[in-house]
Design a protein around this ligand. Sequence first.
Ligand code: BGP
Length: 476
Amino acid sequence: MSRMPENFLWGGATAANQCEGGFHEGGRGIANVDVLPAGEDRRAVMEGKLPMLSCDENHYYPSHEAIDMFHHVKEDIRLFAEMGFKCYRFSVAWSRLFPKGDEEEPNEEGFRFYDELIDECLKYGIEPLVTICHFDVPMHLVTEYGSWRSRKLVDFYLNYCKALFERYGKRVKYWLTFNEINMLMHLSFMGAGLVFDPDENVKQTKYQAAHHELLASALATKLAHEMMPEAMIGCMLAAGSFYPYTCNPKDVWAAMERDRGNYFFVDVQSRGEYPVYAKKMLERENIHIEMGEEDERILKENTVDFISFSYYSSRLTSADPEVSKKKTTGNVMSSLRNPYLEVSEWGWQIDPLGLRITMNALYDRYQKPLFIVENGLGAVDTPDENGEIHDTYRIEYLREHIKAMRDAVNLDGVELLGYTVWGCIDLVSASTGEMKKRYGFVYVDKDNDGSGTLKRSKKDSFDWYKQVIATNGECL
Ligand code: BGP
């Protein structure tokens, strides 16, 4: 009861724009994620409210070097192997393979980094799990086509998928079409390259863009199944169930509606059609999604094989506008402050049982295998006088979440393919652009302002996680 099933995929997860760096190397083109500055303007740029279509002198752009995995790949994968990783989730930078995004043929040089990365993983018996698009859109597609608001993006994305499947189809089994697809609704520029005009009907644009991503996801799933019969294709949701603030039915209703706002995407990707509640909502709000004749059939016939998600916290909501003022931060969406929970240094609430609740909710709803592809604690790590990091707080967070995950599997019967800890090596924070918000088992010597030697060192959590994997989750 205290172990995970055989062949459970323990590991870690990263994203290209948060760890690779080398943003101009090998012919890579510039992407939306490269123009996200650190500092106070970041939020408005991420939301698409403050257009930043190129870099300027007044801002610092942390993705440009990130932790320079581009030049440390062997060292980093070796460290993951030393922890006993069975799986490593990473993303491919679209603009490395298609610098502008609308080229017919991929940039051969761009493959080299991933060739090496994947070979290194396989050398150590680590299963690669590839996120095809983790927020990035080549900037040329943003400026020339308006990003995902244009249906043309579907073709460009598919061309990119084809290049990936051709190259890596024999070596990679697990693929995710879009990271946190529901991010499009909240941080629309970071998540989908959307910039809004002041007088634009933003909701209309978001749902049209969402339709294009959903269609692209279904077509990529189709292509993957045709080209790689063994492959497993997943969707990816920024998950975390909403709790009602009180037992007032109005609060319960509010929580259900907020959950549906997120489920919408996975409902389409997993069940193959727009759920009725969404159709009704679109009708009420006078939002009209332009669809091609075949779109509904394509969605229906090409559903995903598994449901992956990130989980950092549960969420809390209320129907009462007064109560709704007591907010705290969280992944993508803010939440009300739950008095029963503690928070991280960044105000994200810590709720291990919420992971079990979320897993059960997703499994009940979709009846497909789940994969936890992000979970972890962003914290300040301070090296002691010997340069060591005793991150007991991180161990504690992960231990409690792993216990909840074990219960969901062993006591509730949820089918779970694996668990990859977010930011298994320190990397740039997506929401804040900071290095100080660290998730890793491996410390990277680099500061918020970009200074540091980039030297890697093991934290206490490194050996702890190694033992967790070695005992298949028994020894926590
Ligand atoms: C998710 C993203 C990741 C990652 C993580 C942690 O939204 O998929 O890219 O960054 O959250 O968030 P943050 O970096 O803001 O702490």
